[in-house]
Write a protein that binds this ligand. Structure first.
Ligand code: ADP
Ligand code: MG
Length: 714
């Protein structure tokens, strides 16, 4: 009996195979499956790539030479031939009544079969004038079939699989018509729809697929984007709350005396950002909920000081702290920096005459001699050492702490699940230590909310005053001349007592080639442009004692110019170095270039970074000019996200983000923030989302199985 069936949920749509739709036989079902569409839900979430508004497209006559434009036209003629160098060339003439246009396709022989006389096509490309003919080369073409209506959706189609946009539109239309009697279930409370001005789900699905106006599309998109982002945020917030509920943390006794003393002894005031971030961390530490916070801050923003403030807070409250770096060299550098800040602090000790002793810091790496190591381990277990500095081995090798209360992890993108588990093991029978992860590779705030959504994020978005900004110059090598300026500048820097780095071309395919390229560059420079200065070579294949020796000599000023591979990317700190030359800079990503550049500008003198490269692709040009324009890591991160899309960020960080079909972390920034706030509101008002089984079911259905399992079934 119609009308008594409940509205369709996403799960219902997922249970309907596409073969239930009119015109989907086994052949088409196969083609759809190749495009990963097997259910009606897949089909309804296969959204149009764009829309053609028939009343608003430009006419061929109105197109200007040299500009991009989109026209709707009919195909008049199709010819195919081979060029002299054996490429196929398909030439198509189209017309829209105002004029004619020739489309030229190279190396796309299938166009001859695809494009037939009489078809309507939407053509997008740049208008050129070639031997008096108006033409476009390799334009984007969408066949729209014989469609009526003012707004025509264009679906991502697969020419290979033989799926056409008008077929997809037809099946979607059939699905929507079949669903109409029951309607679509609405998982969001009416109050939420009202608050955010959202249309209901049925209206959204109709509006995205069969809009009457572009206004319909905008409204539909808004709702569907909201759903995608809300599902992710709900998952992250559920996970965050689950982690918090499953473990007891340390409620640090935060006195503030140590902090005041640390700050009082500094030769400079804290930046406002440092003060804000330290407050955030200290209040997390005071709470019994385990802290899991990410500190983002550009190179040189002063993260070390924040780490020390947190470590001291833990020690003052009677706990131990651990600081972990990704490499031994960095751990040693930290030992020096931290040690310098901690002189003169004392902690209570009942076993001594005065009832107190000096605060003790120990460095523990693979190079620590066995006897020292044994002693340090014993004292960590007995509580005689307050702060341990080392590599990740510190928590991974079953080292015993008497009262570990805080772990600070430097320079790591992600504190993984394994490491989290290792920490939890440390907490057997006791509380789980607080965790602060620091990263110098900023990602935009909204992306952070998603990628690191189960962490709290603090941002050091202010550099200490008085820095001389690093000038950056992109040096084109096309047509020569360029790099003389560079070597001249290196020689002048050395002449005035400074030092320089030269980073060799990145060769991703092979470490061996990379080393070869570094050796070659080294020989070339030593025998040529830099014959009169002291040049050293550093790469990953050197024995670690050789590496140490090169670095020590560079630090001591015995080497003027260090030719290196990207091994210098992280952490190397030689304030006397003022010139950075990056060869074949095209090949590096924005984040990497920014990190490399951060190796200079660490002292008081003006520094310069030369990016040597031609800007072989439009993307490379954007990257290099962005670096020239700004030294702000967050701004660069935005550009990076813009250029590379969210895929890359999501890809490395986590699985289970395949539900983002419409939403963009760039365009939909404000919605990321809104949905995150709403997710907290919903989960905190209804733990485990018990009052919203429909939302839970959708998360379970649409997000990565492992992640959803973890939350929903544990
Ligand atoms: P990061 O680890 O964020 O790259 P560091 O902690 O190494 O940065 O700090 C870089 C330099 O800035 C250090 O020499 C440090 O002493 C200095 N510094 C940190 N905070 C301040 C401040 N508030 N004012 C002036 N200098 C600061
Ligand atoms: Mg705490």
């Amino acid at each position: 009996m119609p009308g008594t069936d409940p509205p369709l949920t996403l799960a219902d749509l997922h249970a309907l195979p596409v073969t239930r739709l009119k015109g989907v036989g086994s052949k088409k079902a196969e083609a759809l499956a190749a495009a990963e569409i097997t259910t009606v839900l897949d089909l309804l979430t296969h959204y149009p790539r764009r829309y053609i508004d028939r009343t608003r497209e430009a006419t061929i006559a109105a197109l200007a030479v040299g500009e991009e434009g989109m026209v709707l036209a009919e195909i008049l003629r199709v010819d195919s031939r081979r060029t002299r160098n054996r490429r196929t060339m398909v030439t198509v003439v189209v017309s829209d009544g105002t004029g004619r246009l020739t489309l030229t396709f190279f190396n796309q022989p299938w166009r001859e079969r695809q494009l037939r006389v009489g078809m309507q096509a939407v053509v997008f490309g740049k208008l050129e004038l070639y031997q008096g003919t108006r033409q476009m080369t390799n334009p984007i073409v969408d066949l729209i079939g014989d469609r009526t209506g003012r707004i025509v959706p264009v679906y991502p189609q697969s020419d290979k699989a033989g799926l056409h946009t008008w077929e997809l539109a037809g099946w979607v239309g059939d699905a929507l018509a079949k669903a109409a009697p029951r309607g679509f279930a609405e998982p969001l409370p009416a109050a939420v729809l009202e608050r955010f001005g959202l249309v209901d789900r049925g209206t959204a699905l109709a509006g995205i697929h069969e809009p009457a106006t572009m206004q319909d599309v905008a409204q539909a998109r808004r709702r569907l984007v909201f759903d995608e982002l809300l599902r992710i945020q709900l998952l992250l917030v559920l996970r965050k709350r689950a982690v918090e509920a499953s473990a007891r943390g340390v409620a640090h006794d935060v006195g503030g005396r140590f902090l005041a003393r640390l700050v009082g002894a500094l030769p400079f005031p804290l930046t406002a950002a440092q003060r804000r971030v330290i407050d955030e961390i200290v209040s997390d530490m005071a709470s019994p909920v385990p802290m899991h916070r990410l500190l983002q801050g550009d190179v040189g923003a002063g993260k070390t000081l924040v780490a020390v403030a947190a470590l001291l807070t833990a020690v003052e409250g009677g706990h131990q702290g651990a600081l972990m770096a990704p490499t031994e060299v960095l751990a040693e550098q930290h030992r020096l920096a931290v040690g310098g800040l901690l002189g003169g602090f004392t902690v209570p000790d009942a076993t001594t005459l005065l009832g107190e002793r000096e605060l003790r810091v120990a460095l523990l790496t693979n190079r620590t001699p066995a006897a020292d190591r044994r002693r340090i381990l014993a004292e960590l277990a007995a509580g005689g050492i307050d702060i341990a500095i080392g590599t990740h081995a510190l928590i991974q090798e079953g080292i015993e702490f008497a009262a570990l209360g805080l772990v600070v992890i430097d320079e790591q993108h992600r504190f993984g699940v394994d490491q989290r588990a290792a920490l939890r093991d440390k907490g057997v029978g006791r509380a789980v230590p607080d965790v602060l992860v620091m990263t110098a590779t900023p990602i935009p705030r909204t992306a952070a909310m998603t990628v690191y959504g189960d962490l709290d994020v603090s941002v050091l978005d202010e550099l200490p005053p008085g820095r001389t900004p690093i000038a950056t110059e992109w040096v084109h090598t096309v047509g020569g001349a360029g790099d003389e300026v560079v070597w001249d500048s290196v020689r002048r820097a050395v002449g005035s007592g400074h030092q320089a780095y030269v980073v060799c071309p990145l060769i991703e395919e092979s470490d061996k080639l990379q080393v070869a390229s570094a050796e070659e560059t080294f020989e070339l420079l030593r025998g040529g442009e830099l014959a009169d200065v002291g040049v050293g070579l550093l790469h990953g294949r050197l024995a670690s004692s050789d590496k140490d020796q090169v670095m020590t000599r560079f630090r001591a000023g015995e080497i003027d110019v260090l030719v290196a591979t990207t091994v210098i990317e992280v952490g190397v700190d030689v304030p006397n170095a003022t010139v950075m030359v990056i060869l074949d800079a095209d090949r590096f990503g924005i984040a990497q270039l920014h990190q490399l550049r951060g190796r200079v500008g660490r002292g008081g003198s003006a520094s310069i970074c030369y990016l040597v490269g031609d800007g072989a692709t439009p993307d490379a040009q954007e990257r290099l000019s962005a670096l020239e324009r700004t030294t702000d890591g967050f701004e660069l991160a935005e550009v990076d996200l813009e250029l590379r899309g969210e895929g890359t960020i999501m890809g490395v960080a986590q699985k289970g983000r395949n539900d983002l079909k419409l939403a963009s972390l760039r365009r939909d920034k404000e919605w990321v923030a809104h949905t995150r706030a709403l997710a907290f509101e919903l989960v905190d008002a209804s733990p485990h989302l018990a009052d919203h089984p429909e939302l839970l079911a959708e998360i379970d259905l649409l997000l990565d199985d492992d992640e959803a399992d973890y939350l929903l079934k544990s």
